[in-house]
Design a protein around this ligand. Sequence first.
Ligand code: NAP
Length: 256
Amino acid sequence: MRAIITGASSGIGAALARELSRRGWSLALLARRGDLLEALAAELKTPAVALPCDVTDREAVREAARRGAEALGGPFDLAVANAGISVPTWATKFNVDDAERIIRVNVLGMFYLFDATVPAMIERGSGRFAGIASIAGLRGLPSASVYSASKAAMQSFLEASRVELAPRGVGVTIVNPGWVRTPIIEKYKGRVPFVMEAPEAARRIADGLERGAREVEFPLPMSMLMRTIRLVPNALYDVVLKPYAKRRIDPAKVRR
Ligand SMILES: NC(=O)c1ccc[n+]([C@@H]2O[C@H](COP(=O)([O-])OP(=O)(O)OC[C@H]3O[C@@H](n4cnc5c(N)ncnc54)[C@H](OP(=O)(O)O)[C@@H]3O)[C@@H](O)[C@H]2O)c1
């Protein structure tokens, strides 16, 4: 079984690559930092290929997917759009460059992987496409407005695609993690509730992918909290979430 994962140089993507490799998958690993991908590929016991690539470059993603399939000996059974950035954004000091960058990586990056892998799955009548969205996509979070919007876009796209692709034999999985301890959350100075370690998150994701889950969401307390917040009326939401707009963030630890 062959899988392609974007954002495999770090955090959830690297942990998922390790977990899938333990389960016997061959892996094509995409991200910008080729040295980290090479080190990971060398560490894995199953065939793995490092494909340095910026997911905001459509042609580069197509070419990486082509080279990955060739190196691993056939088309992908699983594609995971995991590459993502989380740059804080505020409506009060809107930075359109950051907004554009987040959408390019998180949303267009997913579309480019979809474009590069799903047509071959449709042709074969099998395969699975997954997107690592977020619990943050379930409602607009102050100080993360564009990040929330990018994850909501992923969720809507994946949900609609799931319905369309099911009769063609192709599955779709939406993954909504809560806090996972990876470099992306190092910038938050305050408490991060119910944080999960990356290997545990990877196990839950791999379990969901292998059983063909439509949605994987964790940890349960964070999922229940956000699902409840989704039901809260707007006036109450505005009061409860007000402090969130003033979260303490270390700008030196924000990666773009
Ligand atoms: N950690 C959490 O609490 C959490 C919660 C919910 C959802 N998520 C989502 O999980 C996914 C993985 O994040 P993480 O927590 O594992 O953070 P991370 O450790 O910072 O990993 C992000 C990955 O995305 C890659 N990436 C970023 N921009 C890229 C680009 N332009 N082209 C190719 N690769 C790019 C990075 O690789 P390079 O820098 O080498 O390119 C890195 O491998 C993200 O989509 C994130 O939104 C995380």
